[in-house]
Design a protein around this ligand. Sequence first.
Ligand SMILES: Cc1cc2nc3c(=O)[nH]c(=O)nc-3n(C[C@H](O)[C@H](O)[C@H](O)COP(=O)(O)OP(=O)(O)OC[C@H]3O[C@@H](n4cnc5c(N)ncnc54)[C@H](O)[C@@H]3O)c2cc1C
Length: 512
Amino acid sequence: MQAKADASKKAEGKRTLLVLGGGTAGWMAASLMCHRWREQPIEITLLESPEIGIVGVGEGSTPQLKGFFDTLGITESEWMPRCNATYKTAIESRAWSTRPGFEQYYHPFKTDLDDRGAPAYYFNTVMRRGNADVHSHPDLFFINSELARQRRAPLPAHQFPFRAFYGYHFDAYLIGAFLRDWAKARGVRHIEGTVASVAQHENGDIARLHTRDGQSLSADFFIDASGFRSLLLQQALAVPFLPFASNLFNDAAVAMPTPHAEANFAPQTTATALSNGWAWKIPLTNRVGNGYVYSSRYLDKDAAERELRNHLGVGDAELPVRHLSMRVGRVAQPWSHNCLAVGLSQGFIEPLEATALHLVQETVERFIEAYSQGGFERSHQAAFNREINARFEGVRDYIVCRYRVNSRTDTAYWRDAGSHDQLSDSLRGVLQAWFTGEDLVDEIERQGIAQYFGVMSWHCLLGGYGVYPEARLLRVPDERELRFDPRKIADFVQRCCLNFPLHSEALSQQRS
Ligand SMILES: Cc1cc2nc3c(=O)[nH]c(=O)nc-3n(C[C@H](O)[C@H](O)[C@H](O)COP(=O)(O)OP(=O)(O)OC[C@H]3O[C@@H](n4cnc5c(N)ncnc54)[C@H](O)[C@@H]3O)c2cc1C
C-alpha cells in the first residue's frame, strides 16, 4: 500500500517532506515551509508523539519572531491573545556585576530613535575606557530600556512615525497549538505516533520511520525536530554533538510559574544572577513564567528549587514545578544526508538571551534558500552547514562573554565562570578592543559578527557590567570628552517614550 502511494507521488513529480516533532521548532519549520513552498509540489507531513510530548519551556523571543509572523501574514491580534503573549522590549540583568553603579542594566532591542543615544553611548564608553569620568551606564541612552522602565508597549502612536523593534513572551504550549492549527489549515498533514525505529537506504539516507503502532512513513527529506533526543540526526545518522560545557556550565533548570502581582507589568524579561546560575522572569498575560538555570556540577536540584523559591518569595507554596536537564552544544552538521535538524535536536545555547527560536527560524529560512538554489540535493549543504554553525558560535560567544566578565566572587561557580581561558579568537578580539580602549564598532565590523549580536548589544553588555577602569583611576573629563550631555539625552529618551501606550493598554486592545 505505502509503496504504491510513494510510487504514485513520484509519478506526479511530488516531493515529500516529513517533520519529526511537534514542538515549537517542528511547527515553526512546517509553517514556514508550507508557506514559502505553497507554489511547489512539496507535500509536508508532521509526525509527533503525544506520549512523549514537548519540552514545554521557551517563552521569550528576539525581534526575529515578529518577522516570522509577518512572513506568514499572521497579525498580532490573531496570535497574541491565543498564546497569552506580551511584548518584550529588553532584557534586564540584575546582580551579574558587583561593580558599584552597575549592579543592573537593560539590554534593549533597537529603535529608529536610537540614532541619538547610541553614538553618544559608544563615544562615552571609549572616553570612560580612557579614564574620563563620563556617564557610561547604558540605561539612559536607549528608548527600549526606558519603555521597559516606564512599562510601555513598543507600539508608537499613529502620529509618531518611528519604529521600535521588539520581541514577545508567550506560552510554549499555546504557540505550538496555534501554529499546528494554522499549518493544518494550509495542507500540512498531521500524524500522531511514536517512532520505534528508523530504516535507512544503502547510502545511509533515511528511508522511512516505523512507529510503535505499526505506521511506516517514508519521505524524500526529513526534518528532525525531535528535541534533545535528536532521533534522526544524532541517533540514526550518528552526527556528532559538540558540547559547550567548557565555557557554558549550565546544564539544568527548574521552572515554576506564579500568578501576576501587578496589573501593568513591564514588557521585559528579567534575568537575575543567583548563587550558581540565573533566574528568568517572563510575564505572560495570565501568569509569570519563572525558572532557575544552573549548573548541576555546582548545585543539586533540591537546592536549586529551594533557592528559586526563596528568590520568588513563595516559601513551600503548592506550585507546578518542573525540573529539566539541558544538553548545551551543537551538532557538527545540522544538515546531513537527507535530514535537517532544527530546534533542540540541532543544538541549544542556554536561554539567557532567548535565542533558540531565533536560530530555528534562521536555520529554516536559510534551508529554504538553499533549497531554492539546489533542491534537496547536497550542492549547497556544506555552505549551509558552515553558515549555521558560525551563527551558533556567534551566539555562544556573546553568552560566554556574559559569564566571563561577571565580577561576582561569592561562589566557586561565579569564580570559575569569570576566570577560565576558553574563549574563541573572535571573543578575544572583542575583549581586546574593549580593554585597549579601541572603538568596538570598528572591531565588530571588522569581524563581521554584527549579524549575531550587534554593536548595541556588545556595548550594553560590557558597559552595563561596568567593565571600565576602577573609580580611583578616573579623572575629570575635558571639554571634548564631555561632548554629549547625558541629561539632554535622558530628557529626549523620556519624552519619546510618552508616544507609546502603557503595556496593559496595548494588550487589552489586542484582546478587544
Ligand atoms: C529551561 C529552558 C528555557 C528555554 N527558554 C527559551 C526562551 O526563552 N526562548 C527560546 O527561544 N527558547 C528557549 N528554550 C528553548 C526552547 O524551549 C526550544 O528551542 C523550543 O521549545 C523548541 O523545542 P523543540 O521543538 O526542538 O523540542 P520539543 O519541544 O522537545 O519537541 C520535540 C518533539 O519531538 C517529538 N518526539 C520526540 N521523540 C519522538 C519519537 N520517538 N516519535 C515521535 N515524536 C517524537 C515530541 O513528541 C515533540 O513533539 C528554552 C529551553 C529550556 C530547556
